[in-house]
Write a protein that binds this ligand. Structure first.
Ligand SMILES: *[C@@H]1O[C@H](CO)[C@@H](O)[C@H](O)[C@H]1NC(C)=O
Ligand SMILES: *[C@@H]1O[C@H](CO)[C@@H](O)[C@H](O)[C@H]1NC(C)=O
Length: 373
């Protein structure tokens, strides 16, 4: 069976849903409790980053850069609120710790992969990633009726299109360029898995870069489409109990669509699941200790090999994955930012301000609805 076929089979098997046991975020106490849990996880993950700094690859640095921006956003929100002062101080400390670490990690990347660094440098520069200022929801009616089973998506092609877009190739002069090949690849309907998340990453990068002409006039429409399908993938991952091989994609979807402004990815029960995956001692995310290693490795191998293992994924001997960890911190940072934006901060009852821009999707139980103010 193809790697995608196996993943889809896993995702199509149904299972039970478990409700969240986290406190509701609509009181200052509930909010502080959730914030503390997230911050503890982020502090441990930063400890992991520091320990493994020379081995952290570029894709993982991206996750921590995204986290940095989210922490800044949180700090701006909480600076005025004395009830969240302890959490606000922890956010500040974490930011002060991250900055020099990320700076040093770039020196290591210069040694390990010059070319990849040059091509993707913009994505790890401070200021590239920006927080959403308008929140929206995914729309279930945009979920593909059928998926493209042929896994023809190549990471090399996707990278080449991104390099073109960023304007960092050897011949490139300016950003926002788009070939016919890339247009077709990045708008191809019926994608799932990493094909889908890379299509979103492409349009998200275009937005960060300020590309607004041609195809990019329709960026929002494509992001609506891709995130509706990424939401569907995540529901399927949840329904089968989040086996390890789908956790990375699950968190990548939350990171990317969250940065894209889709607030319904910030469900409390998803937060709880992610928190439960962290290895407390190492501070990392990766292969669970209890997982049947043989079965898991087989899937992991099929799903990622050969293209994701090479450059992007780094699985340490202790089961820690730098990519998993990076996706986790960026997803968790998004939860923290969504929490900080959550209207109860103003002491307003959340029922009164709950006005989602679209009809709620099929299950809104446990989600943190975030409303623009
Ligand atoms: C760069 O430009 C040269 C000369 O115009 C050309 O031969 C080469 O194929 C181009 N490379 C890429 C990656 O487009
Ligand atoms: C959801 O998408 C469908 C199909 O694209 C569209 O007709 C509908 O208006 C959308 N719903 C909302 C609430 O925007």
């Amino acid at each position: 069976m193809s790697s995608l076929g196996l993943l889809l089979l896993l995702l199509l098997l149904a299972g039970p849903l478990t409700p969240s046991s986290l406190p509701p975020p609509d009181t200052p106490e509930g909010k502080a409790t959730i914030a503390s849990l997230i911050l503890s996880a982020l502090e441990r993950a930063t400890f992991f980053l520091e320990k493994r700094l020379p081995d952290i690859n570029l894709d993982s640095v991206v996750g921590f850069r995204v986290l940095e921006v989210q922490l800044k956003g949180v700090q701006d929100e909480w600076a005025q609120d004395p009830r969240l002062r302890p959490q606000s101080l922890r956010v500040g400390n974490l930011m002060r710790e991250l900055e020099p670490l990320l700076h040093r990690s770039i020196s290591y990347l210069k040694l390990s992969d010059q070319r990849y660094l040059r091509e993707f440098q913009p994505t790890i520069q401070p200021g590239f990633w920006k927080l959403p200022h308008i929140w929206t929801h995914t729309n279930t009616s945009m979920v593909y009726p059928m998926l493209e089973i042929q896994d023809s998506f190549s990471e090399e092609h996707s990278d080449a299109c991104l390099v073109h877009l960023l304007g960092t190739g050897t011949n490139s002069s300016r950003p926002c360029r788009l070939s016919d090949f890339c247009r077709t690849l990045m708008t191809k309907p019926g994608c799932s898995g990493y094909c889908l998340s890379h299509q979103l990453l492409f349009f998200l990068s275009a937005r960060m870069k300020g590309c607004t002409r041609g195809l990019f006039r329709q960026s929002q429409r494509y992001m609506d489409l891709f995130c509706a399908n990424m939401m569907d993938m995540n529901h399927r991952a949840e329904a089968i109990g989040y086996p390890y091989p789908v956790q990375d994609l699950f968190m990548e979807n939350i990171m990317l669509c969250g940065i894209g402004g889709f607030s319904d990815f910030y469900k409390l029960r998803w937060l709880e699941a992610i928190l439960s995956w962290q290895k407390l001692q190492e501070g990392c995310f990766g292969r669970p200790d209890t997982e049947d290693a043989g079965f898991s490795n087989a899937i992991q191998h099929q799903q990622h090999a050969p293209r994701r293992v090479k450059r992007r994924e780094k699985l340490f001997a202790d089961g820690c994955s730098s990519h998993n960890t990076a996706m986790a911190v960026a997803a968790l940072g998004g939860f923290l930012y969504a929490l900080a934006q959550y209207p109860a901060a103003n002491g307003e009852p959340w029922q009164a301000t709950l006005a989602p821009p679209m009809a709620p999707v099929s299950d809104s139980g446990g989600s943190v609805p975030v409303v623009p103010r």
